[in-house]
Ligand binder design. Sequence first.
Ligand SMILES: Cc1cc2nc3c(=O)[nH]c(=O)nc-3n(C[C@H](O)[C@H](O)[C@H](O)COP(=O)(O)O)c2cc1C
Length: 223
Amino acid sequence: MTQNDPSALPDTGPIDWALSTTRSVRKRLDFDRPVPKEVVVEALRLAVQAPTGSNAQGWQWIVVEDQAKKDAIAELYRKSWAEYAGGRNPEEIPGQQGRVVSSAQYLADNLQRAPLFVIPTIKADVPVRDLPDGSLAAFYGSIIPAAWSFLLALRSRGLGSVWTTLHLFHEAETRQILGIPENVVQVALLPVAYTVGTDFKPAKRAVPVEAITHWDSWGSTLA
Ligand SMILES: Cc1cc2nc3c(=O)[nH]c(=O)nc-3n(C[C@H](O)[C@H](O)[C@H](O)COP(=O)(O)O)c2cc1C
């Protein structure tokens, strides 16, 4: 076997840029700029390079452009958001968390304005609630990496999104609106739009990675 030649590798720069600046975009989604179908298909083509358990590739992607369908799903999302947020006033919540709630409220109020919704789905051969832990990890692990790759591919093309799951509290109604078969599981709702500007920054994380990395045994962190 020949030795790994570092000069044959691409620059880490653009890859690290996408990995570190693909933020949850809500207030900076450009609702007025149409998203061409080809751009979404190109990003999905990259997304399906992701791994799947047993190479099953049981993924299907639903792109929702129809305004009446987006309105109906956004209404369900808002119901879930109202229950989840419990009437919290973002202005009374301090710091970063207040900003997240204000941003999430904005998304709930405006979700239907996103040019497209993308819903990643995966086929379930048995009801998900009957899966043992190992199979459950393999099940969700066979769609979430692909959906995240989709968001990275959007980012490198000047588009953005935010990973959302709140509509799943009304999963059955959404299933009906979109005609999704019983054995197909939705894992997220990704509103897709161009972003207003592209200057997103790496996020501050509460704890340095060294403090959550255990080497050889639990408790021997690097910090
Ligand atoms: C599993 C999961 C579910 C999420 N659900 C929602 C959601 O329903 N609505 C929303 O506005 N954001 C949702 N988010 C986005 C998080 O709020 C966001 O990732 C977090 O605030 C960190 O911000 P960042 O992604 O810009 O670093 C979700 C994220 C994940 C990973």
